[in-house]
Design a protein around this ligand. Structure first.
Ligand code: TTP
Ligand code: MG
Length: 420
């Protein structure tokens, strides 16, 4: 019916997988953060490794050895230490994981233009129609798994099926180093024996309600008539009824374009010093603007966020007459917004800068503007130098003093681009 490990049966001609239908691979790195740590420090081999800690004090992930002791993601570190006191505990570093993540996504992009990144370590790849270039899709999926192993030194689990839902369940079927192929027409039979909570979308609450109705496996759920599912659970019930039968019409859609870019800083001690606050804001603005340019985008709306010591949070936005990607323009706006927006005399706990209303960069716009191209050229040159020599290679006057603010540390507490 389906295959895992290396036990492919030749009589089932798996290379026909995509014949007339879609062939979708779902790939998910095994114990991602912990595997990266093991790779960077060979002395960790064979030991339980637990990555986590930080502000929230929870486990990010545990390698498979540590999982044998019952340690898992989101568990309090205290509990992990009790269950597995002899594990190696690592704080982890997000930037390193990010780097591995982008290497994975770049590799996947070699096989299809349709790569949908779901999280740092997980993506769908639509391999439909790639046979001409790369040969049978099962062999291609195998090759991807082998290359991730060789080039990233990380193990990844792969599921291959005619739709996203089944591919995802398949990649999780035999972790770690899983390789599971579900051929067209065999989706429902593959899913049927699995516990119903293995279906994406069945969370703890729904699981309780399903169990109350005597539904334990996906097969049990597939027996429930569509109409009854809709009456019991509404629209979600209908989706679930389809999923239980291995039906999923969703396509693989490359990540949506970014809708906003933002960064914020939480001070270690709440701050009143205006100079320090403003220079921190400019530093954030500089960073946001650099990301904007790197994505070849321009923004029209600038937002400044202020959180006071009592956690009251105020944001203030301004929309420019036309999109921009030049530091100086944002600096002006950010300072103006901050000065207008700081209406309380409380100490400040956090400041943030965001841009939204993004559009692709359009050089022609500025032919009418004498000043902008020069400023932009300066910004791009600074970006290049920073990329080559590191972020701190060059700092402009105002951002200077906040590089290590006395008594604040200015640890970035959140940053990101949001989409959707
Ligand atoms: P997952 O793919 O969910 O987990 P994993 O890769 O560690 O293990 P698996 O082999 O089961 O896929 O998440 C990827 C990374 O995301 C994980 O290594 C750490 C991080 N993460 C958290 O920080 N917190 C969490 O609660 C989870 C689930 C993941
Ligand atoms: Mg994973």
């Amino acid at each position: 019916m389906f295959m895992n490990g290396a036990t492919e049966r030749p009589d089932r001609s798996p290379e026909k997988l995509s014949g007339g239908r879609r062939a979708i691979a779902h790939l998910d790195l095994d114990a991602f953060f912990a595997s990266v740590e093991e790779r960077l420090d060979p002395s960790l081999e064979g030991k339980p490794v637990i990555v986590g800690g930080g502000e929230r004090g929870v486990v990010s992930t545990a390698n498979y050895i540590a999982r044998r002791y019952g340690v898992h993601s989101a568990m309090p570190m205290r509990t992990a230490r009790r269950l597995c006191p002899h594990a190696v505990y690592v704080r982890g570093s997000y930037s390193v994981y990010k780097e591995y993540s982008s290497r994975l996504m770049t590799l996947l992009g070699e096989y299809s233009p349709l790569v949908e990144q779901v999280s740092l370590d997980e993506a769908y790849v639509d391999l439909t129609g790639t046979e001409r270039l790369f040969g049978p899709v099962v062999a291609t999926a195998r090759e991807i798994q082998r290359r991730v192993d060789e080039e990233l030194s990380l193990s990844i689990s792969v599921g291959l099926a005619a739709n996203k839902l089944v591919a995802k369940v398949a990649s999780d079927f035999e972790k770690p180093r899983g390789f599971t192929v579900v051929r067209p027409g065999e989706e429902a039979a593959f899913l049927a024996p699995l516990p119903v909570e293995r279906l994406p979308g069945v969370g703890p609450v729904l699981l309780g309600r399903l169990r109350d109705r005597g539904v334990a496996t996906v097969g049990d759920l597939a027996q429930v008539p569509f109409e009854l599912m809709r009456l019991s659970f509404g629209e979600a019930g209908e989706v679930l009824a389809h999923r239980a039968r291995g039906i999923d019409p969703r396509g693989v859609t490359p990540r949506e374009t970014v809708k906003s870019i933002s960064r914020e800083t939480t001070f270690q001690e709440d701050v009143t010093d205006t100079e320090l606050l403003e220079s921190s804001l400019l530093e954030l603005a500089e960073d946001v603007c650099r990301r904007l340019r790197r994505r070849r985008l321009q923004a029209r709306t600038v937002t400044v966020k202020i959180r006071y010591s009592d956690f009251a949070t105020h944001t203030r936005s301004h929309t420019l007459a036309k999109p921009a990607d030049v530091d100086e323009i944002f600096f002006r706006e950010v300072l103006a917004l901050f000065r207008k927006g700081r209406t309380r005399r409380y100490r400040i706990r956090l400041v943030g800068v965001g841009v939204s209303n993004l559009v692709p960069r359009c050089w022609q716009d500025d032919l009418f503007d004498q000043e902008l191209p020069l400023l932009r050229e300066l910004g791009l040159k600074l970006d290049l130098i920073r990329e080559k020599y590191g972020r701190n290679a060059i700092r402009r006057g105002a951002a200077e003093s906040s590089s290590s603010p006395p008594g604040s540390g200015g640890a970035p507490s959140g940053d990101g681009s949001s989409s959707g």
